[in-house]
Design a protein around this ligand. Structure first.
Ligand SMILES: *[C@@H]1O[C@H](CO)[C@@H](O)[C@H](O)[C@H]1NC(C)=O
Ligand SMILES: *[C@@H]1O[C@H](CO)[C@@H](O)[C@H](O)[C@H]1NC(C)=O
Ligand SMILES: *[C@@H]1O[C@H](CO)[C@@H](O)[C@H](O)[C@H]1NC(C)=O
Ligand SMILES: *[C@@H]1O[C@H](CO)[C@@H](O)[C@H](O)[C@H]1NC(C)=O
Ligand SMILES: *[C@@H]1O[C@H](CO)[C@@H](O)[C@H](O)[C@H]1NC(C)=O
Ligand SMILES: *[C@@H]1O[C@H](CO)[C@@H](O)[C@H](O)[C@H]1NC(C)=O
Ligand SMILES: *[C@@H]1O[C@H](CO)[C@@H](O)[C@H](O)[C@H]1NC(C)=O
Ligand SMILES: *[C@@H]1O[C@H](CO)[C@@H](O)[C@H](O)[C@H]1NC(C)=O
Ligand SMILES: *[C@@H]1O[C@H](CO)[C@@H](O)[C@H](O)[C@H]1NC(C)=O
Ligand SMILES: *[C@@H]1O[C@H](CO)[C@@H](O)[C@H](O)[C@H]1NC(C)=O
Ligand SMILES: *[C@@H]1O[C@H](CO)[C@@H](O)[C@H](O)[C@H]1NC(C)=O
Ligand SMILES: *[C@@H]1O[C@H](CO)[C@@H](O)[C@H](O)[C@H]1NC(C)=O
Length: 421
């Protein structure tokens, strides 16, 4: 097979991988033998690893049919609940959940994969266990309610993408029975689903039978909520961003998708001359912003937005539906050491199909001190300086008009006065 066959093979591998994953069921009983924690879900992991040859390869880690759940615990008011599963050759996954008065919520998700597993990592350079820890940003679930999410969602961190679907889970079960009251994830409600059709090679359109029937979401008229994102280097915040994001995926007709900050996870890298913020909205949309530093003169350095990329994933199997990149931006510039602010809506054209709209933007990709934004340079759209001459001019015009009218009235009165005399 020649090189053109490769995308097809990749898609086929992904598709087979998708079918090879088995559902996991965990049913934990308490001391009185009543179910206190129940979970039934499907997941798979896309992992990028370094090969012997020094290049990076992508692989898929699926769940086999036999999975153990050692270490899973019910939890109570003081102790977090833990769902822990072990599978294959030394791989494991867990989530701990905490309970408040009325709700429960995931805290951290831990994925440990073993690159000694040659079936999955045939030529891994580093052998052994790799652990990825991610904060679970899903919103809290009411107690005595079962969390259900049929649509897939993904979490991206440290060269791994964790994809989940067909999830049913209830922690802190009060009376031994899984509730009939469901708390549905945002992805199962049709409002935020992108109706994006595959645009890549024909071969990848083969699995369209596995795509959910495309919902027709109502066009969001509201502006997106503003999210606060940050990156850390060691224990120091090195990147700060506050922004509301909206995608316009106008493949057929304009379709606006608001990015939900509550489910969005930030990842990326800080640097001295470039910095990248990667956002994963937990609902198959990935957006990356890359900033760079430029010398505007020998002593003056500014940063600017150089690149934006958007990736839309198939929510069922995590394959790429659409990927757009524009690395020719030269926007949002401000002096190094300051921040950039633009409250008005702005449009970033990524390619002919995809636009990113930003709202209430405040961003600082470099030299963040003490976890706070430095002084902001505002965009010209926010700048009221153009308005000032107009306002002053208008005021002057009114003043002149008043003087003229007063003068005319005064003269008329004067004439009248002279006439009566
Ligand atoms: C718990 O219940 C199951 C059946 O519901 C039973 O087979 C098992 O022996 C019980 N275990 C204990 C410790 O009571
Ligand atoms: C691996 O996946 C990433 C995106 O997740 C992609 O950018 C990269 O090109 C892929 N690498 C290979 C070798 O396919
Ligand atoms: C929570 O569970 C732990 C271990 O099972 C137990 O030691 C602790 O007393 C429990 N706490 C409460 C408040 O029930
Ligand atoms: C799953 O089954 C295979 C073979 O049936 C076995 O080699 C493996 O150890 C089992 N894994 C676990 C986690 O039980
Ligand atoms: C939870 O309960 C404690 C004590 O009952 C109370 O002090 C606290 O305010 C409650 N928290 C919430 C969020 O309701
Ligand atoms: C959940 O697990 C993570 C990783 O082990 C840990 O850092 C965190 O403190 C745990 N959360 C709770 C509430 O215990
Ligand atoms: C992985 O393999 C290496 C030797 O190749 C061994 O030293 C190490 O203990 C193995 N680790 C695991 C977790 O299996
Ligand atoms: C992730 O992959 C990049 C290359 O794509 C590599 O430089 C980096 O070291 C990897 N990070 C981890 C934690 O494996
Ligand atoms: C999800 O689960 C349902 C039944 O529980 C099953 O019919 C369906 O095929 C599953 N979906 C996927 C994508 O596995
Ligand atoms: C147990 O849960 C079921 C279903 O949620 C409910 O109908 C029942 O009343 C509950 N019983 C107790 C004792 O809370
Ligand atoms: C896809 O296939 C159709 C016919 O089967 C063909 O007309 C079209 O050019 C193909 N598109 C691509 C991108 O290969
Ligand atoms: C992290 O913070 C601790 C104290 O909060 C400090 O002692 C340590 O040096 C910091 N580490 C880094 C890498 O900044």
């Amino acid at each position: 097979m020649g090189p053109p066959a490769r995308p097809g093979q990749a898609a086929l591998t992904a598709l087979l991988g998708f079918f090879q994953s088995y559902a996991v069921e965990v049913d934990i009983k308490d001391a009185s033998n009543a179910t206190c924690l129940y979970a039934d879900w499907m997941m798979r992991f896309l992992i990028t690893y370094e090969s012997n040859k020094g290049d990076y390869k992508n692989t898929t880690l699926n769940l086999p049919s036999n999975v153990t759940h050692n270490g899973s615990v019910c939890g109570n008011d003081t102790l977090p609940a833990l769902v822990a599963v072990q599978f294959g050759e030394g791989h494991s996954w867990s989530i701990n959940l905490t309970k408040t008065n009325e709700t429960y919520q995931g805290d951290f998700i831990t994925l440990t994969y073993n690159t000694n597993d040659t079936a999955v990592f045939p030529d891994a350079k580093r052998k052994g266990l790799v652990t990825v820890l991610v904060k679970d940003l899903s919103p809290p679930v009411q107690l005595n309610t079962v969390y259900v999410c049929h649509n897939s969602f993904s979490i991206e961190a440290e060269n791994t993408t964790q994809i989940f679907w067909n999830v049913t889970m209830q922690a802190f079960i009060q009376n031994g029975t899984v509730s009939k009251k469901e708390s549905r994830c945002a992805g199962d409600t049709p409002t935020s689903a992108p109706t994006v059709r595959p645009t890549i090679a024909n071969v990848t359109t083969a699995p369209t039978t596995t795509l959910p029937p495309a919902p027709t979401p109502p066009k969001p008229v509201e502006n997106p909520d503003t999210g606060n994102y940050s990156l850390k280097s060691g224990n120091k915040t090195c990147f700060l961003a506050s922004v509301g994001l909206q995608l316009n995926v106008s493949q057929d007709k304009p379709l606006l998708i608001n990015i939900n900050p509550k489910t969005t996870v930030a990842d990326g890298a800080c640097g001295n001359t470039t910095a990248t913020l990667k956002l994963n909205d937990g609902n198959s949309t990935l957006i990356g912003f890359t900033f760079a530093v430029k010398n505007t003169s020998a002593s003056v350095q500014k940063f600017y937005l150089r690149e934006v990329n958007v990736t839309l994933l198939n929510r069922l199997n995590g394959s790429v539906i659409s990927s757009a990149d524009n690395s020719n931006f030269s926007k949002w510039d401000a002096f190094l050491g300051s921040s950039y602010m633009c409250r008005k809506e702005q449009t970033l054209q990524i390619n002919e199909d995809i636009q990113v709209h930003t709202f209430n933007l405040w961003i600082q990709p470099f030299l963040v001190e003490a976890n706070k934004f430095a002084t902001a340079q505002e965009c010209s759209l926010d700048d009221d300086s153009i308005l000032i001459p107009i306002v002053v001019g208008a005021a002057l015009a009114v003043l002149i008009a008043i003087i003229v009218v007063a003068y005319i009235i005064g003269r008329r009165k004067s004439y009248a006065g002279y006439q009566t005399l």
